[in-house]
Design a protein around this ligand. Structure first.
Ligand SMILES: Nc1ncnc2c1ncn2[C@@H]1O[C@H](COP(=O)(O)OP(=O)(O)OP(=O)(O)O)[C@@H](O)[C@H]1O
Length: 521
């Protein structure tokens, strides 16, 4: 990796000093009503470098970013400087004037507008209305050209891949107000929704921004990315900094230990279940981006599914759960033809479905963890919700299983993103489903909890469930699945298991290149 750094040229915002740290924060604490979010955090970042901000779910990464962005007020006593200039923490205007730019996980773009209109949202563009005029288009084009982004400015946003949408969000955050000033660009889990093949597009832009003297703060749970793109890491644990270190001093295991305070054992490789009784059999499924798909799931099997975006792999689980309309095809459960009109009917048949879009489709933010977990299985007969204490007893072991330490009465909205993901998973593990359909089950989840989730999936399978999980992470698929189905152009094109189930073969199959070595089984 090229770790040479170039100091920013020319004056930064408000006459910044080129030799001063891009960011220097001292004594930053943030207390929430439920406890400390950050404890006395000190961070100093050299200009022109990429700093990874790492740590377990709930360790305070988003809180740190939100204080920098002015969304949260810090506790009294913190100081901050950007390129030698004092930064007034807790002020979004101050952050912008100091040259801080934020790209949050929710990119804040409007999918039904085109790229030009999205680039002009909230900027200083003198808009003549919503419709993109040729002047705005030229301006948008100049902005994309400035950062080497090759996207047609007339495209509607929802016609772009997630990686391209992320590039648009970055270009929008950078704007074209003063292109010579170095900036500190904060990217909060920018690859959470990206395919591994798409990540390169984003990394290309980060390298370019860095070469121009900008500084990048990068939050991710994917440690391979840290080694690919970061110069230094800051690791938070329970709201406090436990390490500020150059990446060159670390390897994968030492980084995991810094993050977790413990090592993580590997999990046993998956097994081929040739003679397992078939629980679910789907034939000629067609709907959304799926043209035709046949699939069988055996009792006790963990099957992964992957592909490129638009290959159909993201929609297959929706079709099986009745969450998107099926145009054709049949589904049999235990040899019986079933009609699954909607996810409610799916639960009735013992099929649990956890979509990836946790906030919109999988959770009720204003409800407690307890209510979110018991949602799909309201006790019959009683005619009302479980009594508080009994419900507590019921929910507790499931929270422990996914290692969520919050009270069952906490509101879901007060949990970090990764902890919310674990609660959603606990809900579906609890209903003891015959078939578990999970989309990106570990997205946003930290390394330690990922391992716990893999173990929980293995236990569910050992208990007789058939698990089908989609993932864009080939390492996860190779480690956890017994076999993996790869889709392209709306159909299942490859199935990998045993010795063929390798990271390389998964990437090759997703890109529709023939697998290497042993033939696909
Ligand atoms: N609005 C809030 N109200 C109360 N507590 C909060 C609030 N936001 C965050 N917290 C708490 O602050 C702590 C830090 O959360 P934060 O969201 O910063 O974690 P994170 O490191 O970003 O986690 P993840 O990797 O899961 O996104 C957690 O214990 C969380 O429950």
């Amino acid at each position: 990796m090229d770790v040479t750094t170039s100091a920013p040229r020319g004056a930064g915002p408000r006459g910044a000093s080129a030799s001063a740290p891009a960011l220097k924060v001292q004594g930053l604490s943030k207390t929430f009503p439920g406890g400390k979010g950050l404890r006395d955090v000190d961070i100093e970042i050299a200009p022109g470098t990429v700093r990874a901000l790492l740590g377990q779910n709930g360790c305070g990464k988003s809180t740190f970013i939100k204080v920098l962005a002015g969304v949260y007020q810090p506790d009294a006593g913190a100081t901050a400087e950007v390129l030698g200039n004092e930064l007034s923490l807790g002020s979004s205007r101050g952050a912008r004037e100091a040259g801080l730019r934020f790209i949050h996980q929710d990119l804040g773009l409007i999918s039904t507008l085109d790229v030009t209109d999205n680039l002009s949202l909230g900027s200083s563009y003198a808009n003549t209305g919503w419709l993109s005029g040729s002047r705005e288009r030229r301006r948008a084009q100049r902005l994309l050209d400035r950062y080497g982004i090759e996207i047609d400015v007339r495209q509607r946003l929802d016609h772009l891949s997630p990686a391209e949408q992320t590039l648009v969000a970055i270009a929008r955050a950078l704007g074209d107000d003063d292109s010579s000033a170095p900036r500190l660009i904060v990217l909060d889990e920018p690859t959470a929704a990206l395919q591994s093949a798409e990540v390169a597009l984003l990394f290309g832009l980060i390298e370019r921004l860095k070469a121009e003297g900008n500084t990048v703060m990068y939050v991710s749970h994917r440690l391979d990315e840290v080694f690919a793109i970061a110069d230094d890491v800051t690791v938070l644990r329970d709201g406090a900094v436990v390490a500020n270190r150059p990446v060159a001093e670390l390897d994968h295991d030492s980084l995991v230990e810094l993050i977790l305070g413990r090592t993580v054992e590997g999990i046993e490789p998956g097994q081929v279940h040739r003679d397992a009784p078939i629980v679910l059999e789907a034939r000629d499924l067609c709907g959304a981006t799926v043209e035709t798909a046949d699939l069988t799931l055996g009792r006790g099997e963990i099957v992964g599914i992957t592909g490129l975006l638009g290959s159909g792999y993201e929609d297959l689980l929706f079709l099986l759960a009745g969450a998107k309309p099926r145009e054709r095809g049949t589904i049999e459960l235990d040899g019986q033809l079933v009609e699954i009109a909607d996810p409610h009917a799916a639960v009735g048949h013992g099929i649990a479905f956890a979509p990836a879009d946790r906030k919109r489709l999988s959770s009720i933010q204003g409800w407690s963890l307890r209510e979110n977990i018991t949602l799909p299985r309201v006790p019959t007969g009683a005619g009302r919700w479980l009594g508080g204490r009994a419900e507590h007893r019921d929910v507790k072991p499931w929270l422990e299983l996914v290692r969520v330490r919050h009270s069952a009465n906490s509101l879901l909205s007060t949990l970090s993103g990764g902890n919310q993901q674990r609660v959603v998973l606990a809900r579906w593990l609890r209903i003891d489903a015959k078939v578990l359909l999970l989309q990106e089950p570990t997205s946003g989840v930290d390394t330690g909890a990922k391992h716990d989730i893999y173990v929980a999936l293995r236990e569910a399978a050992a208990g007789g469930a058939a698990v089908l999980f989609s993932s864009s992470d080939p390492e996860e698929l190779a480690a956890v699945a017994d076999r993996v189905i790869v889709m392209s152009d709306g159909a299942v094109t490859t199935e990998l298991s045993g010795g063929s189930l390798t990271v390389d073969n998964l990437i090759r199959a997703s890109l529709a290149v023939a697998p290497q070595g042993e033939r696909a089984s």
